[in-house]
Design a protein around this ligand. Structure first.
Ligand SMILES: NC(=O)c1ccc[n+]([C@@H]2O[C@H](COP(=O)([O-])OP(=O)(O)OC[C@H]3O[C@@H](n4cnc5c(N)ncnc54)[C@H](OP(=O)(O)O)[C@@H]3O)[C@@H](O)[C@H]2O)c1
Length: 253
């Protein structure tokens, strides 16, 4: 685990809201964010989030598979990595995920779906974040606002799916959304000021999309991090359990 400690100041990106979250009581943005945990800090978006927070004066802890040996598909690994941390964190972001696991690429057709490919997708994109929440909830404060944000994907929206394909990844992210939605209800009982959300970061130029984004407009990871932190900064507990994009717009389930 690496840690960057710098002096604390208020987040600077909480000035205006171009989104459905406009008009909300920005309690979280006005609070001082002192400590954040980025899980998946080695990834394109995770590392950009960590750098952005660091430049905002937040003390950032990062956890990742390549640096710390955290494997989100192994509950014992999750338990041991998170068990070594002391909270509370004002912000926890789960930025882990994979589109291709063990050579299983996103399927263009039902004919390409395999049981193993489905299982692998669920393990990394749905069960992994759920285990991180299970063992990470204790790191959130109970007496003040905090956000636990999980990177999902718009393609996990059932209501928004007009194209088909990418069956396993879509289904795993849909399962992730359901798991977080249900968990948010429970979290609200013990952590009344906490907000648990699924966020779509946009189509971001990272290793994740390198092979698939050729025909899509991408944004740099730094821009995605800026957008996500703006959305996170405007969240309040009444939005807990929601699914929002990088502009703060609610995405249909
Ligand atoms: N990029 C996009 O356009 C886009 C769009 C929609 C949603 N998302 C979501 O955003 C998240 C991050 O994407 P990204 O673009 O930043 O991807 P990335 O650059 O490929 O980073 C993926 C991260 O996940 C980690 N990871 C993968 N499998 C893991 C495992 N079994 N255990 C622990 N860590 C694991 C990687 O760890 P190591 O590198 O250390 O192995 C890395 O930190 C993903 O959930 C993705 O679904 C991305």
């Amino acid at each position: 685990m690496w840690q960057i400690s710098v002096h604390v100041r208020e987040l600077s990106h909480a000035t205006h809201w171009p989104s459905a979250i406009d008009g909300m009581d920005h309690r979280h943005t006005s609070a001082r964010m002192e400590r954040a945990l980025i899980i998946g800090a080695s990834g394109g978006i995770g590392s950009a989030l960590a750098e952005h927070l660091k430049s905002d004066g937040v003390t950032v802890d990062g956890l990742s598979r390549s640096v710390d040996g955290l494997d989100v598909t192994d509950e014992a690994s999750v338990q041991s990595s998170l068990g070594a941390l002391d909270g509370p964190y004002d912000l926890v972001v789960v930025a882990t995920g994979a589109l291709v696991v063990d050579g299983h690429h996103p399927e263009k057709s039902v004919r390409h779906v395999t049981a193993q490919g489905l299982a692998d997708q669920f393990a990394v994109n749905a069960m992994g974040p759920m285990m991180l929440l299970k063992h990470g909830m204790r790191l959130l404060p109970k007496d003040r606002p905090a956000v636990f944000a999980v990177l999902s994907a718009r393609v996990g929206s059932i209501g928004d799916n007009q194209l088909g394909g990418w069956h396993s990844y879509r289904a795993a992210k849909a399962a992730l959304n359901q798991l977080m939605h249900g968990a948010a209800i429970e979290l609200g009982r013990t952590h009344k000021h906490a907000t648990l959300v699924c966020l779509h970061p946009g189509t971001v130029a990272t290793d994740f999309t390198a092979r698939y984004a050729a025909h899509h407009k991408t944004v740099p990871a730094t821009e995605a991090a800026d957008n996500l932190l703006r959305v996170i900064g405007g969240l309040t507990p009444d939005k807990s359990g929601g699914f929002f994009d990088y502009a703060g717009q609610e995405i249909p389930w």
